[in-house]
Unconditional design. Structure first.
Length: 255
C-alpha cells in the first residue's frame, strides 16, 4: 500500500452525487427494506465516468494490495466507510469515501470498519502514510503498528495468492539486479536500471514492497540525492523487447 493523492472530485460530481443520494432517500421511503448495496447495484452504471476517473487517479491499482486488475476484472469502487453500515449510508456517494479496490480486497473487508477511540483501524491511503504502518520481509507484509496489523487482516494482505504474486515480482527485481551488476552489455544494464526505477514508481504494481526491498539492498539507488526522472512503464517494456529482438540470433542458439 502506498500513499495516493485522489484530488478534487471531477467537474459536476457534487451535483450528481447529491441527486443520487436524494434518489436513495426517496426510494427508501417507498421501500423501507431497500439496502444501500441493492440501490448501489441498480445505479452503478450511471456513475461509470466518475468510476473511470477514480481508476485513473489510483493508477488503475488496488488502493490496498497494489495489484493491477484491469486485465482480469473490473475495478471496484470501494467505500472506505462501508455503505453496508447504516451510520455510513449518507457517505455512499461522497468522493472522499471512494477508493479503488480489487474484488478480493473489497470482499475481504466487506462491511467491517473497526475503530479504537474514534480512530479507524483500517488505513486510508489518501490520508494516512502506509509506510509508517506496514512493512515487508521480501514478499511478506507485517504490521509496524496496530493499524497496520489490522489493515493487513481486514483486506487479507497475507493471502497466499497475493504473497505468491508479490514473490514473482521480486524474482523479476532480483533478475534485473543481476543483469545490472553482472551483465556485459551496456544497453542491457541501462534498460534494466530504467526498469528498476519504474518499479519504484507509483504506477508500478507492489511499489511499496519494491521500494523497501531496494532500499535495503541498494540504498543509494533507492534514495538518490536528486529523484530519478520518471520512467514510462510502457516505453521501457518496448525498449527491453527491442533489445531481445536485437539478440534473437544468440537466443536461437540457446540449448
Amino acid at each position: 500500500m502506498i500513499r495516493v493523492h485522489r484530488g478534487q472530485p471531477p467537474d459536476g460530481f457534487e451535483l450528481r452525487a447529491g441527486a443520487m443520494q436524494r434518489r436513495f432517500d426517496l426510494a427508501r421511503i417507498d421501500d423501507p427494506d431497500l439496502s444501500a448495496a441493492r440501490f448501489w447495484t441498480s445505479v452503478r452504471h450511471e456513475i461509470r465516468d466518475d468510476a473511470a476517473e477514480l481508476a485513473r487517479r489510483f493508477q488503475y491499482k488496488c488502493a490496498y494490495c497494489e495489484s493491477r486488475m484491469r486485465h482480469v476484472s473490473y475495478p471496484h469502487i470501494e467505500h472506505y466507510r462501508p455503505k453496508g453500515q447504516a451510520r455510513f449510508e449518507a457517505l455512499m456517494f461522497q468522493w472522499t469515501n471512494w477508493l479503488l479496490s480489487c474484488g478480493v480486497c473489497n470482499d475481504e473487508k466487506w462491511t467491517e470498519f473497526p475503530e479504537r477511540d474514534g480512530i479507524p483501524l483500517l488505513l486510508d491511503p489518501t490520508t494516512d502514510e502506509p509506510r509508517n504502518h506496514i512493512g515487508f520481509r521480501r514478499n511478506f507484509a507485517f504490521g509496524l503498528s496496530d493499524r497496520g496489523e489490522e489493515t493487513i487482516r481486514l483486506v487479507g494482505l497475507f493471502r497466499y495468492d497475493l504473497e505468491k504474486e508479490r514473490g514473482s515480482r521480486l524474482l523479476q527485481i532480483d533478475a534485473l539486479l543481476l543483469l545490472i551488476l553482472c551483465g556485459q552489455d551496456a544497453d542491457v544494464r541501462r534498460e534494466s536500471r530504467e526498469y528498476l526505477i519504474w518499479a519504484m514508481q507509483d504506477d508500478a504494481p507492489y511499489a511499496a514492497m519494491t521500494r523497501l526491498y531496494l532500499n535495503d539492498l541498494c540504498p543509494q539507488f533507492a534514495n538518490p540525492p536528486n529523484p530519478h526522472p520518471l520512467v514510462a512503464g510502457e516505453d521501457i517494456q518496448q525498449r527491453i523487447a527491442a533489445l531481445v529482438l536485437r539478440h534473437q540470433t544468440n537466443a536461437r542458439r540457446m540449448i
